[in-house]
Ligand binder design. Structure first.
Ligand code: GLV
Ligand code: GLV
Length: 338
């Protein structure tokens, strides 16, 4: 008999097919997440869960699942702040994620936001579309829609993991000076390769024209960027966030954008998702908003699904899954469904 897996949302078909080769799979058919109580009940009935960042996977759910037959949670995302990892480890439940395969897509989206925010693309599009341009009566004006010059500017990268490094790599094409801040400093040869200079957070904020965030959400990074940090930034600088909304204090950011402590922001992530209709951020012209689409390309979303399948298959075969998050779990329980 094949082990049972519950998948909390429809995934690219290729991934589902790969999972179904080895598992009896049930896919939650709705567009929105299964309600918490439904997921908790499923956790008691299956051997494996495939979850998304919108699924709350807390200790009650894990404990109950583990005391039944739940052995592995395979997250369809690189971030896993929605999962109580410590609790999973304690109960011998393996947790995997999808790093690597979404690095370039997310770095590309970051650059889309950097350029759109710096060069005011959304505002400009609206200007043309609404006829405002036409009403100015002139096709070109020396002072129309001036923005930040990205080429040759300084970019400050907060969080130099895979995605931060991919953003740094792209910055070289724009001849930028690259500063970075992270809990850990990169080896010197990697710094040299990326032409990146390690600085403290304060220096990064003071000197950068573009500040881009690429940290995971942890207790330490919660509201890492608040009023104090935003006030350190240049009034001409822009902030881009494609990591997790909670890394930035939204109320402080709204004030910073309204009172022009900074010039603009490009945001793919929010403290509350979906961003509520009519939110103060939606009223501001100097922000570019996207609905958490960092990894949203056909290619990447398929690769993520295949990596989920690969992790589940490895576990089934009694092997350590290739992108295991809680490595200590191996000492608690061996991989496999027996
Ligand atoms: C998306 O935000 C992810 O963590 O993969
Ligand atoms: C994510 O893949 C990261 O490490 O930045």
């Amino acid at each position: 008999m094949k082990p049972k897996v519950f998948i909390t949302r429809e995934l690219p078909e290729e991934g589902i097919r790969a999972i179904k080769e080895f598992f009896e799979a049930e896919v939650w058919p709705e567009y929105t997440a299964p309600p918490y109580e439904v997921l908790r009940k499923k956790a008691r009935e299956v051997d494996a869960l495939v979850t998304l960042l919108t699924d709350k996977v807390d200790c009650d759910l894990i404990r109950e699942g583990a005391s039944s037959r739940l052995r592995i949670i395979s997250q369809y995302a690189v971030g896993y702040d929605n999962i109580d990892i410590e609790c999973a480890t304690k109960h011998g439940v393996y947790v995997t994620n999808t790093p690597g395969v979404l690095t370039d897509a997310t770095a590309d989206l970051t650059w889309a936001l950097i350029l759109a925010t710096a060069r005011r693309i959304v505002e400009a599009d609206k200007f043309v579309r609404t006829g405002e341009w036409s009403r100015t009566g002139t096709g070109w004006h020396p002072l129309m829609m001036l923005g930040l010059e990205v080429h040759g500017a300084t970019i400050g990268i907060i969080g130099m993991g895979r995605i931060g490094r991919a953003v740094a790599k792209r910055a070289r094409g724009f001849d930028m000076r690259v500063l970075y801040y992270d809990k850990y400093r990169l080896p010197e040869e990697v710094e040299r390769e990326l032409c990146a200079t390690y600085v403290d957070l304060e220096t990064l904020l003071k000197e950068s024209d573009v500040v881009s965030i690429h940290t995971p959400l942890t207790k330490e990074t919660y509201h890492l960027i608040g009023e104090h940090e935003l006030r350190l930034m240049k009034p001409t600088a822009i902030l881009v966030n494609t990591s997790r909304g909670k890394v930035v204090d939204t109320d402080a950011l709204v004030r910073a954008l309204t009172e022009k402590w900074i010039a603009g922001a490009g945001l793919d992530v929010f403290e509350e998702e979906p961003l509520p209709e009519g939110h103060p951020l939606t009223k501001l012209d100097n922000v570019v908003l996207a609905p958490h689409i960092g990894s949203a390309t056909h290619k990447t979303r398929t690769r993520m699904a295949l990596l989920v399948a690969e992790n589940l298959k490895a576990f089934l075969e009694g092997k350590i899954p290739p992108t295991l998050v809680n490595k200590d779990v191996v000492g608690v329980k061996k991989p496999g469904f027996q």
